[in-house]
Design a binder for this molecule. Sequence first.
Ligand code: ADP
Ligand code: GLC
Length: 513
Amino acid sequence: MKILMVSSEAIPFAKTGGLSDMVTALSLSLAKLGHEVKIVLPRYYSIDRGTQQLVPGAMGVPMGGGEEWSAVYTAPLPGSKEKNPVQVYFIDHEIYFGRDGIYGVPSEPDFIDNPRRFSFFCRAVFQLCRKISWFPDVLHAHDWPAAMAPVYLKFAERVSGSLGGFEKTASVFTIHNLGYQGIYSKDNFDYTGLGWDVFYNAGFEDAGMLNLLKAGLYSADKLNTVSPNYAEETKTQAHGFRLDGVLRYRSADYTGILNGIDTGIWNPMKDKYISAHFSAKNMAGKAKVKEELQKEFGLPQDSSAPLVGMVTRLTGQKGVGELFGPTYGSAWAICREMNLQMVLLGSGEAWCENEVLSLASRLSNFKAVIGFDEKLSHLIEAGSDFFLMPSRYEPCGLNQMYSLAYGTLPIVRRTGGFVDTIENYNEATGGGTGFMFDNLSPVSIYNTVGWAVWAWYNCREHIEAMRTRAMKLDFSWEKSAAKYVELYDDARTAVFGKTGNSGSGTAASDIFS
Ligand code: ADP
Ligand code: GLC
């Protein structure tokens, strides 16, 4: 199959969170299965210019105000095989992407022209395909910045009278985070170049505003999210962020597929960022990495103290309010009252960065680095004994899978992808792979960290058994990539009827004209 990934992030080019890891890892796995995969990204300023090649000739993109011009650059995705490389294309637009920041900068966290930036990006995707004469069987769009792509496909490209080429392209849309929807003033709609009938028919309208994600959810042929449990949760009012009704409406086309992890990068036996390696059979290296981690953060090199690690975006989704909230967060009590060490790497909301730094200055057993640091994130995953993620909601969560792979036991709220990846500790049998709580409150976090620390000091044999069990779990991408292939097939069948693998079904123009 020919698959085009439309995303605002993909490692190593642009990353703010797990979306970036997922898009790259899935693309590489699909290529390994023999599929032809291309990724399209905006050409942000932060992307290294050195390795990119210009695709000759400017490209016109028809937007509401008239045609706009873009250049296109390309580079192979690092890690892909020469035999079947995943090619990445970068859409260049100096005004939209020639600046610092992916979605914003600290002084303007959500750029005011984001609806324009990402509409332009999604519209350019189709012109790119024409430019390189390559038309995908499946267009796979990720999260709200790419949500306009399935809309353009359905309402501007797969219709009679369009320039053609996409008659046999089906779309799949993946929700990585329902909390971010791309809601803007509807004054931005004219710029998309779509008619106002589409504003209503595609479901853009949201209480008088323009909701990009919502339109993507209505327009894509198939939808999924990144864990089976989150797929169920999002159909409820409690987790649906006001779009649960849309997801229930589309439930026949909506599934959950658990993310995998890139075991080439996140692997305790060959991780390039740590000084000693280890496996379920030989854990000696983990003790060394713990020492390295303690040294790095200036903590006493004490092997007997349980070390709790965190690597996180410092934002409400991650439960940081309950942990670090001034006056009521439980981090202070946890560190003061328990015999443990704690380290944090993260960045995000200013109030939280400040609280974390203030706490670190007052506590000797809590250390923090504010920033984004790939190497340090590996050191924390590998060297910690426990990994704390008290998320309010978690569509999948990659960090808990990384920590399980390194024998670092997660302490989490029973929500989203955690339910699909972690089994709660059972004191009677020593079973489980982590520690879970239900209600998100400072007290629950305090109690559950306390529970893990209690097990550390009193039932060490349970901890060792849980570690071995965790490290034996298989989160590799192969299984999940195969499920995406099924979903792609389903999407094509849903739109074009039974096609086999060659895309020889009813032309979409017959259906949509
Ligand atoms: P989310 O995408 O919601 O932030 P995930 O657990 O799916 O949560 O993925 C987060 C990814 O981002 C992981 O790869 C994690 O290691 C990485 N990450 C988050 N914050 C940082 C940071 N400050 N430095 C380095 N990596 C980070
Ligand atoms: C989002 C979610 C996270 C998920 C990631 C990759 O950022 O918050 O839970 O793991 O996307 O799919």
